[in-house]
Design a protein around this ligand. Structure first.
Ligand SMILES: Nc1nc2c(ncn2[C@@H]2O[C@H](COP(=O)(O)OP(=O)(O)OP(=O)(O)O)[C@@H](O)[C@H]2O)c(=O)[nH]1
Length: 591
């Protein structure tokens, strides 16, 4: 029995490029057209309703199960972009999702991204492991349930399917999801169901729809109880120019009723816009395709449905905006619309990077992902990247945060010109259409910057070193003294002052040679010739003496506080020895 209080759940199909989202949607639509009675074709604007009778017919076994959901409304545009763009009541518009995974290719970047979005939105979903007909040796049993077709396959094919399913289960488990093939799942709230299907042969499609209905029925009751009565609430899918109609809106109505003559409010580029519905249009059924007018006019629609709205003054409406039927509560609704368009559910930090995206949903998804990678965001905005954004980002002090991530949003020409010329802006801009790859690009760049900075610091800071004067290696006694030494520890560099182990100043190490060649640096273990200005061998200095590089106090601070973990053990030991000498006289030296 159909319960009129429960509305049709809205479903979005997601998955990696080319894994078969469109084919699966086409098959679901095609099957439902075939399975439903003549006239029951349910093509909507931007969406397709698969009525429950069609699902019942497809899967004979379901006839006994009581179902009170009128059907499933599939959003025609697949992909997680559609999922994040289409919002309702501040959350995702889709109540449920199908995550498509090519059974042979398994998880790919966008599969993981879709999973993260679904997890963040707490959206129930089912995994369609598609293209089973491509498994080598698969025998096609058109439109049969997966289990029935699976039973007719040979052992090798069965093993292959099992192995591939377990690979998906394993990958999901790595990502923190517990999953199994749908027929082995007993608690659908705890475990994700994987349904092997083929969009080409129709195998498993009925099982997939049945699992979706089951999920909706059991776990979404409350959300679906939004009534079909009362003022309509919807989401603008697209703002479209139509021949003879002017600017129209493609709308998914998720709650209540929308009728001709209703006053509606939406977000526009300026603020909130209100207008009166002139006409409501549905696509004509396929069989009437020859009729000149492509649309059928209706007086009224109830949720959930996809409808084209024609009305004056829609030019500046923003796709993704909420749409409300007003009932003398315009102020309250306008406030709600403004809030929904502006409110970004993200945690902003005092210092961090800047992000821009095309929709609030996308911005939130990107933010959540950055948060999970502990990357701080200082500013998050919807819209294209402008010159102004770059100028603002430029003021960020920390160079690894002086970054703008642009997700799915255009870079305006004057901003693009600035980016091309490093003289104009030092802001690093990354842009892309896949959150995951965008973040990876940034992380790779940031880590490289850190390495470069560390290296620069290393070259800048004076290094500790300890040397011993070798016997029989005094080449000149003074002005400057030239002696052979062994580097006992640390890193010896030219142009440093030397002290004795009691802290007494000896002179300035001017140059260094190894086998008559000038060198700049010598590591522990090397024997080199050095020139020392201001010292005379036999007076301040004798063969067998140990000397240390005299490190200025501020260099010691940098070494101890910031670079210690990057120094090798021998360098750390020499540093400790030198610091101990200094602190004997001044306990707080270098602290
Ligand atoms: N054999 C077989 N091929 C399939 C199946 N589903 C999809 N394909 C093929 O896989 C390719 C990609 O399918 P699409 O449906 O376009 O994939 P998509 O995920 O919508 O692709 P994008 O929209 O580009 O992201 C096409 O060549 C399809 O014919 C299937 O079940 N079996």
């Amino acid at each position: 029995m159909s319960d009129p209080k429960i509305r049709t759940p809205i479903v979005c199909v997601m998955g990696h490029v080319d894994h078969g989202k469109t084919s699966l949607l086409d098959r679901i639509r095609g099957s439902s057209v075939v399975a439903s009675e003549a006239g029951a074709i349910t093509q909507h604007i931007g969406a397709t309703i698969v009525p429950i009778e069609a699902i019942r017919k497809m899967s004979g076994s379901m006839e006994k199960i009581p179902i009170n959901i009128p059907g499933l409304l599939f959003i025609d545009t697949p992909g997680h972009h559609a999922f994040t763009t289409l919002r309702a009541r501040g959350g995702a518009l889709a109540d449920m999702a199908i995550l498509v995974v090519d059974i042979s290719q398994g998880f790919q970047p966008q599969t993981i991204e879709a999973l993260q979005i679904l997890r963040n939105c707490k959206t129930p979903f089912v995994i369609a492991a598609t293209k089973v007909d491509r498994i080598h040796g698969w025998r096609i049993n058109k439109d049969e349930s997966f289990l029935s077709s699976f039973g007719k396959q040979n052992e090798r094919v069965k093993t292959d399917i099992e192995t591939k399913t377990y690979e998906i289960v394993g990958k999901l488990s790595d990502l923190g999801f517990s999953a199994d093939r749908y027929d082995r799942v007993s608690d659908f709230q705890r475990n994700l169901a994987i349904v092997p299907v083929s969009a080409h042969t129709g195998e498993g499609i009925a099982d997939l729809l049945m699992i979706m209905i089951g999920l909706a029925q059991r776990y979404m009751g409350e959300e679906l109880k939004l009534s079909a009565e009362g003022p309509g609430e919807g989401t603008v899918l697209e703002v479209k120019e139509e021949r003879g109609l002017g600017t129209t809106l493609d709308v998914i109505l998720y709650n209540g009723t929308l009728s001709v003559g209703d006053e509606i409010a939406m977000a526009s580029q300026d603020d909130v816009v209100t207008t009166k519905v002139r006409s409501l249009l549905k696509p004509r059924p396929m069989k009437e395709i020859l009729i000149e007018d492509r649309f059928e006019r209706v007086k009224s629609v109830v949720a959930a449905s996809g409808i084209k709205v024609s009305a004056p003054g829609l030019e500046k409406v923003i796709a993704g905006s909420p749409l409300f039927v007003t009932r003398g509560n315009m102020d309250e609704l306008a406030a709600r619309i403004r809030k929904e368009m502006q409110e970004i559910h993200v945690n902003l930090a005092e210092e961090g990077i800047v992000i821009k995206a095309d929709t609030i949903g996308a911005l939130e998804a990107l933010c959540k992902e950055l948060e999970s990678k502990e990357i701080k965001v200082m500013r998050a905005q919807v819209g294209p990247v402008s010159r102004h954004d770059l100028i603002d980002t430029e003021t960020i002090k920390n160079p690894t945060f002086r970054v703008l991530l642009s997700f799915n949003t255009p870079i305006l020409p004057d901003a693009a010109d600035m980016i091309k010329d490093p003289l104009y802006t030092q802001v690093k801009v990354f842009s892309g259409q896949v959150i995951y790859q965008l973040i990876d690009q940034y992380v790779a760049w940031r880590d490289e910057q850190k390495r470069i900075a560390e290296k620069a610091q290393f070259e800048h800071v004076m290094m500790p070193a300890k040397i011993r004067l070798l016997p029989d290696c005094v080449f000149r006694q003074s002005n400057p003294a030239v002696v052979g030494v062994r580097v006992l520890g640390g890193k010896l560099r030219a142009d440093v002052d030397l002290v004795k182990t009691d802290g007494k100043k000896i002179g300035h190490l001017k140059t260094m040679q190894l086998r008559q060649e000038s060198i700049k640096e010598a590591d522990a273990g090397l024997e080199v010739a050095i020139s020392i200005e201001g010292a005379t061998v036999g007076r301040q200095l004798n063969v067998g003496d140990d000397l240390l590089v005299d490190l200025p106090e501020r260099h010691v601070k940098v070494l101890e506080r910031e670079m210690l973990k990057n120094l090798n053990i021998s360098t750390q030991e020499v540093l400790a020895e030198f610091v101990a000498i200094r602190r004997k006289a001044e306990p707080f030296w270098g602290k």
